[in-house]
Ligand binder design. Structure first.
Ligand SMILES: [Zn+2]
Ligand SMILES: [Zn+2]
Length: 330
């Protein structure tokens, strides 16, 4: 899950970030990325330079450049904080991840001024009037390269009021986290197994295409296979299969192909370990060819779930239906 933090100066995003850090969330900050760039070019880090460099980076790399960069660093399985989201383009980029939620931390203007005065960072204004004037200027820009805090806040999924006590903010943050965890958008079984199959296919050494199959029984994987030349034979990618290396048109020269198919290898791997695949489900990234289909039927597999249609696979699919196996396309 990714929690984005936005909020006006002094709203106390740091308090929420600290709470999330303690809960194990890994911290990134879009403004730290700007700070690093300012240091890299040898400038002083102050509020003016932060705004100017933020603008420059967005002008050069597109309005969502900071979010795009941070997204490259984030794994799909871990929890992250992305602090200092300041532009709707950044929000839209981050929302490409279905597990992204934007928190907007709010506090009264006077409270925020006192807080910025206290932390005295990067030439923050020291009198209230300058604070208000500067803020007006920053808040309502329509320039895509500038920060746009009002438009960003409008995209927030959750508002956290941080005008009173630390305990209140922590309590509210905890409530939201519990709500999000309950949503628990984990993949269904079909998606889970097909995602694994697609990962298995990456291990294929075949020059023509990467295919994988996994065999599942009682919701447990009992065998996997990907296509490629047989054990002990030079890999297809190293020239082990002359037919694949000639990039023969699809469907031609199949009898000369030295590569085993993914479904074939998954069935053979079960045999290698002496595991029965009777009544199992086979997940394959392409629908099976005719030869593999005949093996599937005789192996006792009772269900085939596939992702994409294999060219010339129609006869095989008809055969699977005729034999009474369950067949589903994802
Ligand atoms: Zn091959
Ligand atoms: Zn096949």
């Amino acid at each position: 899950m990714i929690i984005g933090l936005t909020g006006k100066n002094g709203s106390g995003k740091g308090v929420v970030a600290d709470y999330l850090k303690k809960a194990g969330y890994i911290y990134y900050s879009l403004s730290d990325m700007i700070r690093e760039e300012i240091k890299r070019v040898g400038q002083e880090v102050n509020r003016e330079n932060l705004i100017a460099m933020g603008r420059k980076l967005r002008e050069d790399g597109g309005p969502s450049v900071l979010a795009d960069k941070v997204l490259d660093l984030l794994d799909i399985d871990k929890n992250y904080i992305v602090d200092s989201v300041r532009n709707p383009f950044e929000v839209r980029a981050l929302k490409r991840r279905k597990d992204f939620y934007l928190f907007c931390v709010e506090a009264d203007q006077k409270v925020r001024f006192e807080r910025t005065k206290e932390r005295a960072r990067e030439n923050d204004p020291t009198d209230f009037e300058t604070f208000v004037t500067l803020e007006e200027k920053e808040l309502n820009s329509t320039d895509p390269a500038a920060q746009q805090l009002v438009a960003t806040a409008a995209l927030a999924d959750f508002i956290i009021d941080n005008s009173s006590t630390l305990e209140d903010v922590q309590k509210r943050t905890k409530e939201i986290l519990l709500e999000l965890v309950k949503k628990n958008t984990r993949p269904d079984w079909d998606t889970y197994f097909m995602n694994i199959a697609q990962n298995v296919s990456l291990r294929s050494n075949c020059l023509k295409r990467k295919v994988a199959a996994i065999i599942v029984k009682d919701k447990r994987i009992i065998s996997t296979g990907y296509n490629g030349t047989p054990r002990g034979v030079k890999n297809c990618s190293d020239g082990g299969c002359p037919r694949c290396a000639s990039f023969a048109p699809s469907g031609t020269g199949l009898h000369d192909c030295l590569c085993s198919h993914a479904e074939e290898n998954a069935i053979v791997q079960a045999a290698y370990h002496g595991v029965s695949i009777k009544e199992a489900t086979l997940y394959c990234t392409f629908s099976p060819c005719l030869t593999c289909t005949k093996m599937i039927l005789n192996s006792g597999i009772r269900e085939v779930v596939y992702n994409a249609n294999y060219p010339l696979g129609d006869v095989a699919l008809r055969l699977i239906e005729e034999a009474g196996l369950q067949l589903r396309k994802m």
